[in-house]
Design a protein around this ligand. Structure first.
Ligand SMILES: Cc1cc2nc3c(=O)[nH]c(=O)nc-3n(C[C@H](O)[C@H](O)[C@H](O)COP(=O)(O)OP(=O)(O)OC[C@H]3O[C@@H](n4cnc5c(N)ncnc54)[C@H](O)[C@@H]3O)c2cc1C
Length: 435
C-alpha cells in the first residue's frame, strides 16, 4: 500500500455498509405484558424466523433484544447464501458413511432453500440473487482437494460445479493470489440489512411484540414448567422461551455460554470504484471465497459500485480505524490495484463457533435454543429458527439432524473466548503449512 494514500474516505463510517440502506430501527419501548406464550431472546434472523412462524400459528410472542432490533451479526454479515459447513462432505462420508453425509448436506440445502423461500413468500426486497460462488484455491493442493470434494458432492448430491484454471479463473477474479478455483453456480447473495428489516416487518405485521433495548438478565424455570424472563425493565412469564443469541450469548444463559465460542468477524467496503477497475477485479456479481480455514470473502455491493471484503476473523481489534488498516492490507494483498482506494466503511460483528464445529438446536432445562452457526447463519439462522418454532409448537417438521448431536463444552471453558485470536493464528499457520 502506498503510504500517502488516504485510508479512509471523507464520509467514512465505522458502521456496517448495510446500515446506509437499512438503518437499525428504533422501536419505542412497549409496556411489558405480564404473560405471553413464547419469549424469544435475540432479534436477529434466528429469533425473527421463529417469531414469525409462532405468531402465525396463533401464539402470543415477545422478542427481546439488548439493543435495537437486528443490531447483532444479522445486519453485519457479508450476505453470502450458501451450504457452508466447517465439515466437508467427504470427511463426513469417510467417518460416518454416505447416509449421514447425505442427511447433513441435505439439511444444508434445506437451509439454503429456507432463505430463497422466505424471500419469495414474504416478498422481501433484499437483492437476493442466485449469482454463483467462486471458491478460489491459493495452492495446487487446495485446488486438488476442492476438485475432489466437489466431485463427491456432484456424485452423491447432484450439486453442479465447474473447475476453473488460468484464463477461466481470470475471467472471474482479477488477482494473482489464486492458482485455480471452482464455480458453484447455484449459490447466492443478498443484502443482509434489508433481509433482516423484511423479517422484522413481517414479524410485526403478524403481531410479534418487539422489545428493543430490553436485555434479558436471567431466565428461570418455574413451577408448571413456565419460564420467568427477567429483563432490565421487569419480569414476564412465558410458557416457552427460545434463546437466539448466537455470538452474543452472555451470562444470562450460563449453560449455553459454556458451549458457544464467540469470535469477531470483520468487514470493509471501498468507496465507489471506477467501472473499468471493478470490471478488471470482479468482472461479475458473484461471491468469492478462498479455501483457507480462516476465509477471505469478497463480493461487490448489491448496486455493483464497490468491493466488500470480509476477513482476518478472530483479530483482537475493535476500533474502526484499526479494522480498516488491517483489512485494507489484506485486501490489497489480493488486489494490489486497490492500494490507493479509500474505504467508506469498516465494522465488526460477533459469530459463534462450537467445539464440534456443528450448529446446534435443542432444549435444556426447559429453554429452547438455536445457535453456533460457525459463520453460516444467514441460511442456518433462517432454517433453525423455523425448526425451533416447530418444536415449540409440537409440529412434526421440527425434526432435524442437528438436534441429535450432543452440544459439547470443555471443562476449562467458562465462556471467556480469550484463546480465539491464538486459535485463528494457529489455523492460519496450518493453512500455510498445508500449501
Ligand atoms: C462480519 C460477518 C460476516 C458474516 N458473513 C456471513 C455470510 O456471508 N453468510 C452467512 O450465512 N453468515 C455470515 N455471518 C454469520 C451470520 O451473520 C450469523 O451467524 C447470523 O446472523 C446469526 O443470527 P442470529 O439471529 O442467530 O444472531 P444475531 O443476529 O447475532 O442476534 C443475536 C441477538 O441477541 C441479542 N442478545 C444477546 N444477549 C441478549 C440478552 N441477554 N438479552 C437480549 N438480547 C440479547 C443481541 O443483541 C443480538 O441482537 C457473518 C457474521 C459476521 C459478523
Amino acid at each position: 500500500m502506498t503510504t500517502d494514500a488516504p485510508l479512509l474516505a471523507p464520509d467514512f463510517r465505522g458502521d456496517p455498509y448495510w446500515w446506509d440502506a437499512a438503518p437499525r430501527p428504533f422501536i419505542q419501548p412497549l409496556p411489558l405484558p405480564p404473560r405471553i406464550d413464547v419469549a424469544i431472546v435475540g432479534s436477529g434472523i434466528t429469533g425473527l424466523s421463529a417469531a414469525l412462524r409462532l405468531a402465525r400459528a396463533g401464539r402470543s410472542v415477545a422478542v427481546f433484544d439488548a439493543g435495537d432490533p437486528g443490531i447483532g451479526a444479522s445486519s453485519r454479515n457479508a450476505g453470502f447464501v450458501g451450504r457452508t459447513l466447517k465439515h466437508e462432505f467427504g470427511d463426513i462420508l469417510d467417518r460416518f458413511g454416505l447416509e449421514r453425509a447425505r442427511a447433513v448436506y441435505g439439511e444444508m440445502q434445506a437451509a439454503f432453500d429456507a432463505v430463497t423461500e422466505t424471500v419469495a413468500a414474504e416478498r422481501i426486497d433484499c437483492h437476493l440473487a442466485i449469482c454463483g460462488r467462486v471458491m478460489a484455491a491459493r495452492t495446487p493442493r487446495q485446488y486438488e482437494a476442492l476438485a475432489r470434494e466437489l466431485e463427491l458432492r456432484r456424485r452423491h448430491l447432484g450439486n453442479d460445479f465447474a473447475m476453473l484454471r488460468g484464463e477461466e479463473l481470470r475471467r472471474e477474479i482479477g488477482s494473482d493470489s489464486f492458482v485455480g478455483g471452482a464455480l458453484l453456480p447455484d449459490l447466492g447473495s443478498l443484502h443482509p440489512g434489508l433481509y433482516h428489516l423484511g423479517l422484522l416487518d413481517r414479524a410485526r405485521e403478524a403481531g410479534v411484540a418487539i422489545h428493543g433495548r430490553t436485555a434479558v438478565v436471567a431466565l428461570a424455570t418455574r413451577r408448571r414448567g413456565e419460564i420467568g424472563v427477567h429483563t432490565e425493565r421487569g419480569i414476564v412469564i412465558a410458557r416457552d422461551a427460545l434463546v437466539a443469541t448466537n455470538g452474543y450469548t452472555g451470562r444470562a444463559m450460563p449453560w449455553l455460554r459454556r458451549r458457544v465460542i464467540p469470535f469477531n468477524a470483520f468487514m470493509i467496503a471501498t468507496a465507489p470504484l471506477p467501472q473499468a477497475l471493478l470490471d478488471r477485479l470482479l468482472p461479475r456479481q458473484r461471491t468469492y471465497i478462498d479455501c483457507n480455514f480462516n476465509v477471505d470473502a469478497i463480493r461487490r455491493s448489491p448496486d455493483g459500485t464497490r468491493i466488500l471484503y470480509c476477513g482476518r476473523t478472530g483479530l483482537n481489534v475493535s476500533e474502526p480505524h484499526a479494522i480498516a488498516r488491517r483489512l485494507k492490507a489484506a485486501l490489497v494483498a489480493i488486489f494490489p490495484e486497490l492500494a490507493d482506494v479509500p474505504l467508506s466503511h469498516a465494522w465488526t460483528g460477533r459469530c459463534a463457533g462450537t467445539f464440534d464445529l456443528y450448529p446446534h438446536i435443542g432444549e435444556q432445562a426447559g429453554l429452547h435454543y438455536a445457535m453456533g452457526y460457525c459463520f453460516a447463519g444467514v441460511p442456518m439462522g433462517t432454517y433453525l429458527g423455523r425448526k425451533a418454532a416447530a418444536k415449540i409448537l409440537g409440529a412434526a417438521d421440527g425434526a432435524t439432524i442437528f438436534d441429535a448431536l450432543p452440544f459439547p463444552s470443555h471443562f476449562l471453558y467458562s465462556g471467556n473466548p480469550w484463546f480465539v485470536p491464538l486459535a485463528m493464528r494457529f489455523y492460519d499457520w496450518k493453512d500455510r503449512r498445508a500449501a
